[in-house]
Design a protein around this ligand. Structure first.
Ligand code: FDA
Length: 314
């Protein structure tokens, strides 16, 4: 119960701008940021992606930023992705989708009034064009539950032209098993995660146990389907279940992958890659790291202790 309360407070903190200022100035914050974030600019992202490729990992790059408040910021995010994809391609990193990109539609304008969804779709389209030229894929991150319908509409529109566009689904949400059924079709890429946002009980499972059980149900649907499941979790039990379900339905190792975040269980990521498994590291980079970092801290009391230490030494 205490852990859940801590998590709720931290998730609220991820949207608090005064706390953000305090955290950004705290000395130990740098250490934490370095663990979970590749760095602030494209050069850092390219460096980390190259290093991970050298270790046999696949990579997805996420330029940090969410909830933009004007169209110019959304366009700047779009242009940054397009520029990054060009550089990745020039370095040969995008071949066969080895390095792909993840995007948050709220960073592309999704919340900008009545035309926000259309703005986000157009910006995402430009990123998909660049990814297509580079020979790689794009995956749409999933944000809080109020955005799911809109994100799935954008996914459908994009997939008409770019069938390889993927999306994230969160087992925390009651609707997700049904969404998995809809999306478990040929060519469809679905990244299944537990969900990192505070969501009301009317739409989300309240206990970790229920979220895990939902994860297993969703896994079964995705593995039995014709799409490409991307099992995004660090949870050893769920990863074992994923292996077992894949075996049961006769999937070979190239028809699905495991995905983990930069800085979380790095030894396990390297171990799986060394076994020849498809493992992708999600690598966030960029100036706007605060909300992302706080969500990572909310997942683990030990990370929270580090943050508190940093604040008391400010
Ligand atoms: P859980 O949180 O139960 O952790 C299991 C174990 O993993 C822990 O016991 C610990 O050992 C380790 N661990 C997990 N998190 C850790 C951390 N931060 N620091 C240190 N150790 C940690 N969410 C979302 O809402 N929308 C999205 O689009 C995405 N996208 C996404 C992509 C990818 C590739 C991943 C891996 C995750 C996401 N997420 C996400 C985040 C996801 O919803 C979830 O919050 C985290 O993955 C943590 O959940 P686990 O499944 O790892 O289980």
């Amino acid at each position: 119960v205490i852990a859940e309360a801590q998590r709720a407070v931290l998730l609220a903190a991820s949207r608090n701008s005064r706390l953000r200022e305090v955290v950004e100035r705290a000395p130990v914050t740098r250490e934490l940021v370095r663990r979970f974030v590749a760095g602030t600019g494209d050069d850092h992202a390219l460096e980390v992606a190259t290093e991970l490729r050298g270790q046999g990992m696949l990579v997805t790059l996420d330029r940090l930023g969410e909830d933009v408040t004007d169209a110019a910021d959304a366009a700047a995010t779009r242009d940054a992705y397009v520029g990054l994809l060009g550089r990745l391609s020039a370095l040969g990193l995008t071949e066969g989708g080895a390095v792909e990109t993840s995007v948050k539609l709220s960073a592309l304008g999704q919340a900008l009034g009545a035309s926000g969804e259309q703005t986000a779709l157009e910006n995402a389209r430009a990123i998909c064009d660049a990814a297509s030229l580079a020979g790689t894929t794009v995956t749409l991150d999933m944000e809080d539950h109020t955005t799911v319908d809109s994100t799935l509409r954008v996914l459908e529109a994009l997939r008409a032209d770019f069938p390889w566009v993927g999306a994230v689904l969160q087992s925390q949400l009651r609707r997700t098993e049904a969404d998995c059924r809809e999306l478990a079709t040929a060519g469809s890429r679905v990244r299944l995660c537990k969900g990192a946002y505070a969501q009301p009980e009317s739409v989300a499972f309240a206990t970790p146990h229920e979220v895990d059980r939902s994860y297993v149900r969703c896994l079964k649907v995705l593995m039995a389907g014709e799409g490409y499941p991307m099992v995004a979790s660090h949870d050893p039990t769920l990863l074992e279940i994923a292996d077992a379900v894949a075996r049961d339905v006769g999937r070979d190792g190239d028809s699905w992958e495991v995905q983990m975040l930069l800085g979380v269980r790095p030894e396990e990521q390297a171990r799986l890659a060394a076994l020849g498994r498809r493992v992708r590291t999600y690598v966030p980079y960029g100036e706007d790291w605060y909300a992302y970092l706080v969500r990572r801290l909310a997942e683990r009391p030990a990370n929270l202790a580090l943050l508190l230490r940093s604040l008391t030494s400010t």
